[in-house]
Design a binder for this molecule. Structure first.
Ligand code: FEO
Length: 401
């Protein structure tokens, strides 16, 4: 049976959700599932905005054929070629042999990488600000390279002032009946997963997101239709503001994230004490994660939110403990900038990891290392408490600047 959601008189949601996938992109846990959004516009011409992941193939085709209700499909707009949206291009083309595929030149080349049918004869290739008139609707194409692949474009429906935004403004999380952000408590229940999606999937490409945002700022937008997660009509300004901060690598708030590794508890006990001392000095909203337990994608997302980050690591094999090394690699590869760090190093015989962590962090633009690494040998000692208090006071002062 089809499950079609009528959005307006001529626009239909025909996407699907997956709550069984363990790791999105074989990398990110999705405890709340994921949706693959697809939209059908039934104007004088019929237009499909992207397909879905192959896992949803059966439901998607029921939805597509049900929504078309006997009409043929005229256009498939391919905004993004990643297979979570583009897997079913060939099957759609087989169903509708006269179909025209609308995409960028780069997407055309990628379709050839993924498929073997005669592509050139059915392509309408578009560039910045080209417009497709479908009857009552004027669809304007806006290039969005690297948000999140090089071939990406988004589509602005000038008639309804709607932005079909591809991966931009997408989020982890299945569609649970409610389709729009104003039908849930979006900021409380969904923003964290939107941040985790953005930072992990698109976070590296802040410059390119800024280029897209400059174009978005010039549009009147009443609704955003991303390819993942809820459709946005109530929190547009808030979401764009978050995107602006995330892509400029500006902290969302003055707050402290403590990320640590601890083999026998010595490092953990020290950061617990740091957190308690910060709290006693009035610092609120402190977040703490054991990197060997919490998934890196969650901690990376918190790092994009916080202004101050305490990294505490065991020395291991004369280097940085593996889960900390992996997290720091993630900070560097996602291009995090403008953060203030404090480093805590531990080791029972040779303590070497602090300088190695510092060297990695200095690769990031706008990094400030607040103090010399605080060194523990196995466990914190009473005589180190004054020095530890100084670390806490330095973080507090920096937060209050
Ligand atoms: Fe949801 Fe970049 O694909």
């Amino acid at each position: 049976m089809f499950n079609i959601r009528k959005i307006t008189n001529d626009l239909f949601y025909i996407g699907c959700s997956d709550r069984r996938l363990q790791l999105f992109e074989s990398a990110y846990p999705i405890p709340n599932g994921i949706s693959y959004n697809s939209f059908l516009l039934k104007d004088e011409k019929t237009v499909l905005f992207d397909t879905v992941d192959k896992v949803c193939s059966s439901q998607f085709f029921k939805n597509l054929l049900g929504a078309l209700d006997g009409r043929k499909l005229d256009y498939l707009i391919v905004q993004h070629m990643e297979p979570d949206h583009a897997a079913l291009i060939y099957e759609v083309k087989r169903l509708f042999p006269e179909l025209k595929i609308v995409c960028t030149v780069k997407a055309q080349a990628m379709i050839k990488q993924f498929f073997d049918f005669d592509i050139d004869s059915c392509i309408i290739s578009v560039k910045e600000n080209d417009v497709l008139n479908t009857g009552n609707h004027e669809l304007q194409f806006i290039m969005a390279p690297m948000v999140h692949w090089p071939e990406v474009m988004v589509t602005y429906d000038k008639t309804t002032q709607s932005l079909f935004s591809a991966d931009a403004f997408g989020s982890f999380g299945a569609i649970n009946g409610n389709l729009f952000d104003n039908e849930v408590n979006w900021e409380k229940d969904y923003l964290d997963e939107a941040r985790r999606y953005y930072t992990n999937i698109v976070g590296k490409y802040g410059l390119q997101v800024q280029m897209l945002l400059k174009k978005v700022f010039e549009l009147d937008i009443k609704t955003i239709y991303p390819l993942h997660g809820l459709l946005i009509r109530e929190n547009i300004d808030l979401y764009i503001d978050k995107y602006n901060k995330w892509s400029l690598y500006l902290p969302e708030e003055k707050s402290v994230l403590i990320a640590y590794t601890s083999v026998y508890g010595g490092t953990e006990a020290t950061v617990e004490l740091i957190a308690a001392k910060l709290a006693d000095r009035g610092i609120r909203n402190i977040k703490m994660y054991d990197l060997s337990y919490s998934h890196q994608s969650i901690v990376l997302s918190e790092a994009f939110k916080a202004s101050h980050i305490v990294l505490a690591s065991t020395t291991y094999n004369a280097g940085v403990f593996e889960s900390m090394q992996s997290f720091i690699h993630s900070l560097v590869s996602h291009n995090l900038q403008n953060r203030k760090f404090a480093i805590i190093e531990n080791g029972s015989w040779a303590v070497t990891c602090g300088n190695q962590i510092k060297a990695e962090l200095e690769k990031l633009k706008g990094t400030e290392i607040l103090t010399d690494a605080f060194c523990i040998k196995s466990t914190l000692k009473k005589e180190q408490l004054t020095e530890l208090d100084n670390v806490v006071i330095t973080i507090e002062k920096s937060l209050n600047m």
